[in-house]
Design a protein around this ligand. Structure first.
Ligand code: ADP
Ligand code: MG
Length: 863
């Protein structure tokens, strides 16, 4: 290094160190780090050419979009690169291109994060420790990557960032996509606009321009002509490609100034063995990359591991089962998924690996279903008289769908094994009365019921309605089953005083009215004293139905005789909670209700262990909610509409996708929207703000105030979604509507149209995206949640279907959720296997059992 270079590198290093000390906030350089680097490269031309400097800058590419942790890591590594220039003995460092892994051994420590943190120190980090490393043939599938002889530690670190730690992880680190470059052509035949591969001799290499404008121009020729390839900002290419070499280029053929060219194509040195062509000349796998992991490098490393390890993969499916389902052997599928010989093989590999995922899921859910059904449960006798009285009290006739669901539930309740049923029904389809009918039967059989809602305010809503309804049904209850409980032994002489309080809470005592169902609300809003009273009532069996949040079954509550649990609006309630209940000694019937319309294929996966009833019919006489997609420039009109509605005494929701202002997205945040509406647009109206950063209690307070009509307008983020019922709210405005899933938009819309007033939904969007427009148009056209769910699944795929992943739902890497055929096949095989060997105890199922367990363990952890 010259003295000038030395100073320039020092300046750069100081800035990077300062940026790191500043928490990687990208503000130490006034115009951002990327701009600084560009300017620096333009002035420090010769220093910028040093390979170590190029490596350092290479690591920082994309800084703006990195997470803080990634920035920190990138900075640490870049600083270390710069430092290496000052180390004695290192000044003659050879060119190590980023695209070519050197055989740099990894340091002794296997803890890479520790290693990278120590980069700031001057410890020699390139210690060679060969003892831990072994060649691939000696390693097991579960060996960590750093044990592979000759592996570069940076590569290990980069894979770790992707969650790939072991050889097995790497085999299951599937390509993101494949580029079909299997058509090799002569240069003279190249078609403009096509993806092509050519092989030729390098006839010219030159570097043009400097700084960010730097390009390397490479020309190759064969018998039929020549073509140039331009590589932007990849200075090192000029060192790697040399005149006289034969190389292969793959990419899209474009034209520039009338000449055909490749722009930043994939390339590699050509070797005549066709299988040796990794990056070009075949279906090229494209892997998810991370900072520090380069495409060719990743591919070369994976190829090495795949070739060595896939022949040793043991299939967890016995050969007969595999043949039955027409599946590739696992090892072959794994080899083909990475480096497919052709499209047909790729499809077969995908099918096999997708099948496995569905199979693991289905075995898991079917086993759970079996377990649950083997349990002893309470067989109820259905009391038709009580049921008739309930129907008589209802101000309406049940729909056919409601009647059907009730008879399915009653059939379950009659059996001596616990019901596990999902009741699916669109918003407003009338799920509550179905639950009420079931709860009433539990009570008539001398048991208690529990109804759980996701929020306190929903619990209050249910308590109010059900007290009113069930409290009027005369229940010829069996003698209450008193059990000796801690509560009972705690009874003292002041019992009568407590009874008086009970009257205050329940409105009656068992003595006064042994007939109506006794309903109590248990929430965090009760005073300590009230709470104790209710808990006692539950423990002594004096309360028939208790309504609350999830805390009901998870906390201190002791039931005298819990017979039925109903879970409302909660698509996440599942296995774990059921286990908890069972562990508390209850084995009640269970009804889970959800208003999220889920297409059949997803139901099999998410609720594969539940039986399903569907309310696919709306109660008669509902008004359609008028829905319109409007552009942002039409907001004024929407505001005029809002004002009119408020003048008529109605209330309005305004939904925003974000809580706070975002620089990236040109969307109003809930906070901004609140400020604007309250202070500029409607200063005379009362506006409230609700977002997810509030505590559960604060949220409930805002909602209660809105329901009590203390506010005219509620500005909210997606937290509003859950089934809140404010019949006086008639208009909902959804900002940035294209940002939400269809199912979610439909849920939002279900917040209005709950009273007798005509209701309106405005979807504000300026998106020109074809798919977004289609989704929003679908909302204008139909209010059928199931139809919308199917459309959404088709348009967006399952990953985004719920907006976020379902907890406890395994992540599918290969299978497509919408692939009903494969799912059905996998379920059939799961059924067949379990019919033979319910607990997978046979030796030939040993590996399968382990795989299923691991798969679910991972899913539970992720959820
Ligand atoms: P959801 O399925 O969204 O929970 P609810 O149970 O809250 O729906 O019912 C919505 C409204 O429809 C309630 O006011 C309820 O009383 C009413 N309802 C339920 N079933 C019927 C029916 N068969 N006919 C008319 N109205 C009904
Ligand atoms: Mg409901």
């Amino acid at each position: 290094m010259t003295e000038a270079e030395r100073q320039q590198v020092t300046a750069l290093g100081k800035l990077l160190a300062a940026e790191r000390r500043d928490g990687c906030a990208n503000r130490v350089a006034s115009d951002g780090l990327m701009t600084y680097l560009k300017q620096w490269s333009a002035t420090a031309v010769s220093a910028a050419r040093l390979p170590a400097v190029q490596r350092a800058i290479g690591r920082l590419v994309g800084y703006d979009s990195m997470t803080v942790a990634e920035r920190d890591q990138a900075l640490a590594e870049a600083i270390e690169d710069l430092r290496s220039l000052f180390r004695t003995g290192n000044s003659s460092e050879t060119v190590t291109s980023i695209a070519t892994p050197s055989n740099e051994p990894i340091p002794e420590s296997t803890n890479v994060s520790k290693v990278s943190r120590s980069l700031g120190s001057r410890q020699p980090r390139r210690q060679t420790v060969k003892t831990q490393q072994r060649s691939l043939v000696e390693l097991e599938l579960d060996a960590p990557l750093e044990q592979i002889a000759g592996v570069q530690w940076r590569l290990v670190a980069s894979f770790r960032r992707l969650g790939v730690n072991t050889i097995r992880d790497l085999l299951y680190h599937f390509p993101r996509r494949y580029d079909d470059v299997s058509n090799r052509r002569m240069i003279g035949e190249l078609q403009i606009g096509a993806e092509e591969t050519v092989i030729g001799e390098v006839t010219d290499v030159r570097t043009i321009g400097t700084g960010p404008k730097l390009r390397v121009r490479v020309e190759i020729s064969d018998e039929t002509g020549s073509i140039e390839a331009i590589f932007f900002n990849q200075r090192w290419i000029a060192q790697q490609i040399r005149v006289g070499q034969t190389i292969a280029l793959s990419g899209k053929v474009t034209t520039f100034g009338g000449k055909r060219q490749f722009s930043s194509p994939r390339w590699e040195r050509y070797t005549p063995d066709p299988d040796a062509l990794l990056h070009t000349g075949r279906l090229v796998p494209i892997y998810p990359l991370t900072q520090g992991l380069h495409e060719n490098q990743a591919r070369r490393f994976i190829k090495q591991v795949v070739d060595a390890m896939t022949p040793r993969v043991v299939d967890h499916l016995p050969p007969a089962r595999r043949a039955q389902a027409r599946l590739l052997p696992l090892g072959e599928a794994l080899a083909q998924i990475h480096f497919p010989s052709d499209k047909k093989k790729l499809d077969e590999a995908r099918r096999r690996l997708g099948f496995d995922e569905f199979l693991f899921i289905q075995i898991g859910v079917l086993q759970r279903k079996r377990l649950w059904q083997q349990e002893m449960g309470y067989a109820f006798t259905i009391n038709e008289e009580v049921h008739a009285e309930l129907l008589h009290l209802l101000p309406f006739q049940l729909t056919t769908a409601q009647q059907q669901a009730i008879s399915e539930i009653f059939a379950d309740l009659r059996r001596p094994s616990p019901m596990a049923r999902l009741l699916q029904g669109d918003v407003g389809s009338g799920k509550t009365v179905v639950a009420a009918a079931a709860l009433l039967q539990a009570i008539a059989n001398g048991f208690q019921g529990a109804l759980m809602a996701p929020t306190e305010i929903l619990a209050e809503q249910h308590a109010k309605n059900l007290k009113q309804l069930l409290g009027r049904v005369r229940v010829p209850r069996k003698a209450p089953t008193y059990q000796q409980t801690s509560w009972q032994s705690a009874l003292d002489a002041e019992e009568s005083a407590k009874l008086a309080e009970m009257i205050a809470i329940l409105g009656r005592t068992p003595e006064e009215d042994a007939e109506g169902a006794r309903v109590a609300l248990l929430t965090g809003s009760l005073s300590a004293r009230e709470r104790r009273q209710v808990l006692e009532g539950i423990a002594r069996g004096e309360i028939d139905l208790v309504i609350g949040t999830h805390a009901l079954i998870t906390e201190t509550v002791q039931f005298a005789n819990l017979g039925l649990v109903v879970v409302d609006e909660q698509h996440r309630f599942g296995v774990e909670q059921r286990l908890r209940l069972k562990n508390k000694g209850y084995n009640p019937h269970m009804l889970v209700m959800t208003a999220t319309p889920i297409p059949r294929t997803l139901t099999l996966t998410i609720y594969g262990d539940l039986d399903v009833s569907v309310l696919d019919e709306r109660p008669p006489g509902r008004q359609e909610i008028r829905t319109r997609v409007v552009s942002r420039s039409e907001r004024e009109k929407v505001y005029r509409h809002i004002r009119k509605q408020v003048e008529e005494g109605r209330q309005v929701y305004v939904i925003c996708p974000l809580v706070e202002e975002s620089e990236k997205l040109d969307l109003p945040s809930a906070e901004e929207m609140y400020e604007r509406l309250q202070h500029e647009v409607f200063p005379d109206l009362k506006v409230a703000l609700l977002h997810g950063k509030l505590s559960a209690r604060e949220k409930d307070d805002v909602m209660r105030a809105f329901r009590a009509h203390q506010y005219d307008i509620l500005v909210a983020t997606a937290v509003i979604e859950v089934g809140i019922d404010v019949p006086n709210a008639t208009t909902i405005v959804i900002e940035g509507a294209e940002r939400f899933g269809l199912a979610q938009l439909h849920q939002f819309r279900g917040r209005v149209g709950r009273g007798n007033h005509q209701s309106y939904c405005f979807l504000i969007s300026d998106s020109n995206n074809q798919q977004s427009r289609e989704r929003l148009a679908a909302l204008e056209q139909t209010t059928d949640g199931f139809k919308l769910a199917e459309i959404d699944l088709q348009l967006r795929g399952p990953g985004e279907f719920f907006g976020t992943r379902q907890s406890g739902t395994p992540d599918l890497k290969m299978a497509r959720q919408g692939d009903t055929r494969l799912l059905t096949e996998a379920r059939a095989l799961a059924d067949a296997i379990l019919a033979d060997d319910p607990e997978l105890k046979r030796p030939e199922h040993e590996l399968l059992r382990r795989k299923v367990n691991e798969f679910w363990a991972a899913a539970m952890q992720a959820g």
